[in-house]
Design a binder for this molecule. Structure first.
Ligand code: FCX
Length: 390
């Protein structure tokens, strides 16, 4: 059984060599062209960033080192007594590119639970942040919503998310624990260009420490077009429920969708900067609901499902968004709500606990490969016009 350090040590020299070869043999190779649309359109589509752990296909969705979410669900070890992917097995895959064995996964759980004896160069990057993040996030939850209640100590025999749910005060709810394991594993990384990942990379490229780099990312995640969307969705769905009453019909949902669009708002949980199909993370969370009849009886969960049946057609007719399909935020909050984690304001924090997996993986790689400070060239509109004329 390898430790995560040993697994990483095997990969680092190979990747360092790969980067060296790219730099020496192919540094002038052209990867694409830069158009005015890329520059004025938020850099969308511009191939301008190195990111190792995942690649987002517009149609198939996210792949972690080539593995799609259903592959991960088949191959990555779950918690003892559980079925869903856990953060540790996902983190191992993201960091090393390899599927860990069950024993390796358990060992990483224990190392994190004990804030273990990791080697110095990765200790700072992984152990000091990743292992403590659930405890920190749980303390915030308990302080804000349940002040005065004691927080259970970390159980060394439990996985990262098992401990997190326990500290939040829901440890006896096996289904919620399993949902959170799946949620946190599949939100872990979404390649490098999304706002939170890119922020970590940018700030980290100044050699700011991982705490500062990831704190900056959380501010990006807190925007309603990014991570805050998951709590906005639930607020919006509940307003819809209030407005349309007990009898949920496609026509009533359609009417509400148009009202949202005509008021100039976006439909939260729909659309994406890269994806052009329903998000496989949305599908995985929907499947979780379908495997549990009590979730299918929940009215908010039914509303999410029914909205999915009509929203793509409405958004196509509206004609603006390039992707009329749901992203993961369209469904992630409603299951938390069902299980009693009803404080919307906290949902983006959970997303933040998860996204640390991918962002910190890339920080490790940025350090291991000695990537430079990020510094793209900016252009004024006058400069663009001059370049076009020439
Ligand atoms: N409802 C209504 N209009 C939408 C829309 C939606 N869900 N999504 C995009 N549009 C509009 C845009 O506002 C834009 O209009 P404009 O031309 O008047 O400015 C037009 O369609 C083209 O946008 P598009 O290229 O399709 O999308 P972008 O890459 O600009 O933006 C996001 C992508 C995700 C920001 C956009 O689809 C959106 O606002 N969605 C709703 C918020 C949301 O769910 N965010 C979470 C995304 C993600 F999963 C995450 O980061 O967590």
């Amino acid at each position: 059984t390898k430790t995560i350090r040993e697994a990483l040590e095997e990969v680092v020299p190979r990747k360092q060599l790969q980067l060296k070869q790219l730099k020496t043999e192919h540094s002038q190779a052209v990867l694409g062209e830069v158009t005015v649309e890329n520059v004025v359109g938020g850099m969308r589509g511009l191939k301008a960033m190195l990111w190792e752990a995942s690649v987002l296909d517009p149609i198939e969705g996210i792949r972690f080192h080539g593995l799609a979410i259903p592959d991960c669900q088949k191959q990555l070890p779950a918690a003892p007594g559980g079925k869903e992917i856990i953060a540790e097995s996902m983190f191992w895959l993201l960091l090393t590119g390899k599927v860990p064995t069950e024993a390796e996964t358990r060992q990483l759980s224990r190392e994190l639970a004990e804030k273990g004896d990791l080697p110095e160069y990765i200790e700072k990057l992984i152990d000091s942040l990743l292992a403590r993040l659930p405890a920190l996030a749980a303390r915030i939850y308990r302080n804000v919503y349940n002040p005065g209640k004691p927080i259970p100590a970390i159980n060394k025999d439990l996985d990262l998310v098992g401990n997190y749910v326990n500290m939040l005060g829901f440890g006896d709810n096996h289904d919620l624990t399993e949902y959170m394991r799946l949620y946190i594993a599949i939100h872990g990384d979404h390649e490098g260009g999304n706002a939170s990942a890119h922020t970590t990379h940018l700030v980290g490229s100044t050699l700011a420490d991982p705490f500062i780099s990831y704190s900056a990312a959380l501010y990006a995640l807190a925007g309603p077009l990014h991570g805050l969307a998951n709590q906005e969705v639930l607020r919006w769905q509940m307003n819809m429920q209030k407005e349309i009453g007990d009898e949920i019909t496609h026509d009533k949902i359609k009417e509400f969708l148009w009202k949202t669009l005509k008021s100039g708002q976006v439909v939260p949980g729909y659309g994406h900067g890269v994806l052009r199909n329903p998000d496989p993370r949305f599908m995985a969370l929907q499947q979780f609901c379908e495997s549990r009849p009590q979730l299918l009886d929940d009215r908010v969960i039914q509303l999410v499902r029914k909205t999915y049946e009509v929203a793509p057609a409405v958004l196509k007719e509206h004609g603006k968004t390039k992707n009329p399909y749901p992203n993961v935020d369209a469904t992630s909050g409603c299951v938390l709500y069902h299980y009693g984690l009803t404080q919307f304001k906290y949902y983006t924090v959970i997303f933040g606990v998860s996204r640390a997996l991918g962002c910190l993986t890339q920080l490790v790689w940025a350090r291991a490969l000695g990537l430079p400070i990020e510094r793209p060239k900016s252009l004024s509109m006058d400069a663009i016009e001059k370049l076009i004329k020439n």
